[in-house]
Design a protein around this ligand. Sequence first.
Ligand code: 9D3
Length: 279
Amino acid sequence: MSEPYRFDLVTLFGPLCEPYLRGSILGRAWTRGLIDVGFTDPRDFTTDPHRTVDDAPFGGGAGMVMLPEPLALAIEDVRARRKPARTLLLSPSGRPLTQAIVRELAALGSLCLVCGRYEGVDQRISDHVVDDEISVGDYVLTGGELGAMVIVDAVSRLLPDVLGNAEGPESESFSDHALLEYPQYTRPQVWREHAIPEVLFSGHHGKIAAWRLAERMTRTQARRPDLWADYVARHPEVLAPPKTRRIRRAPSRVSPPAAPAADGSTRPPPSTDPDGGPA
Ligand code: 9D3
């Protein structure tokens, strides 16, 4: 059996994160030895009696900023003990997380995830200590912990055997970065007077596939114009149907231009009078 994927979270709130990760499918992956998670608290690397991890920002402004030294010592301790393949800072100013990044991270085998709190982290951590800075979306959280758990969750589900899923998690929507999913229904067929689309119990697999594709396109167009623009760029036939799908013209009653005669001479061109043709 191979080594578990190792996540190290540098956080003031390890005891808050652990129960979430222990629950659900991730906890199962953890007990089965598919993943392993460690927590390192920057407060354990302070030297003052108050175990201070933050201070006011130089230049003024609201809130507190995380001190660089306890955070750097915590990260360096993780690096010395676990040798993570990459260290990421979770921050609202980071590169937005995408499934392409998640796939790249899943291939690394280990990750150190640094969580800030307060109004942020001293810039020198980003500039000189971590490898990259990642955001999980354009909204404001109270700290990096939820972002780190998003990464642990999204990466873990790509690891072999974490999901009992035979088809493989990468056969889904965002993986091909194309269209949103089609709507799904399960029993009962009528729920609170809401029936499911008739085509789904037609037994006609071709019609079902066509309906699902049409639903995916309609939903993507309506909800995600950004994804739809990418899809149309990659599938131009959606807007400009290919020749093979064009309505076949009625056979012309005008004879085609004659091939040049063997001696190279040409005859007068045939009539193009739409009502004409051979008399
Ligand atoms: C008013 C300036 N704020 C930036 C929008 C300061 C600030 C607020 C909240 C700085 C850090 C945070 C805490 N957020 C995170 O640590 C965080 C985060 C986020 O807020 N949104 C999306 N992804 C992430 S990853 C880490």
